[in-house]
Design a protein around this ligand. Structure first.
Ligand SMILES: [Fe+2]
Ligand SMILES: [Fe+2]
Length: 180
């Protein structure tokens, strides 16, 4: 019986690693997403906001990784506050490509164009990313999907619509998918 890690041998670590089941993150992340319903911003709770952001991305023809990124982009808002984009991006990182990762990581810089100056903050922070290959998509993500997704009258798809896509995208890390 293991009581302390400093007593575990290399062989025991290797055996544990070999016996470990693949990590399944879709279920826990969906559970976390559901807790967003307890946070309300203007007239939309934050679960609806993320569902609406994802719905807008889906209807615009975004690929599955970007739709899933839209669905989870504020999943850490309740727990991480101003760092929520970075936390959400790291949660998604193994399962999405560079564009989706960076767009989630930096989305507050782009969203800040709509409210930073009302709070005495710098509005142009987003320009630091202007040379990045994902800059144009990040603008679209913010302008057309994220900042517009507080509309209670919009025809927002329910979570059940996105769940199969979430399970597919989060089934295994991008590197494992690429080598399959
Ligand atoms: Fe956000
Ligand atoms: Fe958002």
């Amino acid at each position: 019986m293991v009581r302390r890690l400093d007593a575990v041998s290399a062989d025991e670590w290797r055996a544990r690693r070999a016996a470990a089941a693949p990590r399944r993150v879709a279920g826990p992340l969906l559970d976390l997403l559901r807790t967003s319903a307890t946070l309300t911003v203007f007239d939309a709770d934050h679960l609806t906001h993320q569902l609406q952001t994802a719905t807008r991305a889906f209807r615009a023809g975004a690929d599955d990784e970007l739709v899933v990124a839209a669905l989870f982009h504020d999943v850490a808002e309740l727990t991480a506050g101003p760092a929520h984009g970075k936390v959400a991006a790291e949660l998604l990182r193994p399962y999405v490509g560079d564009d989706a990762y960076h767009i989630v990581r930096t989305h507050s810089d782009f969203q800040g164009r709509y409210y930073n100056e009302h709070m005495g903050l710098e509005r142009t922070t987003y320009l630091r990313w202007a040379d990045e290959p994902w800059y144009g998509i990040a603008l679209c993500f913010s302008d057309d999907w994220d900042q517009a997704a507080f509309d209670p009258d919009y025809d927002t798809r329910p979570l059940s619509f996105f769940e199969p896509m979430v399970h597919r995208v989060l089934a295994e890390p991008v590197r494992a998918r690429a080598s399959a």
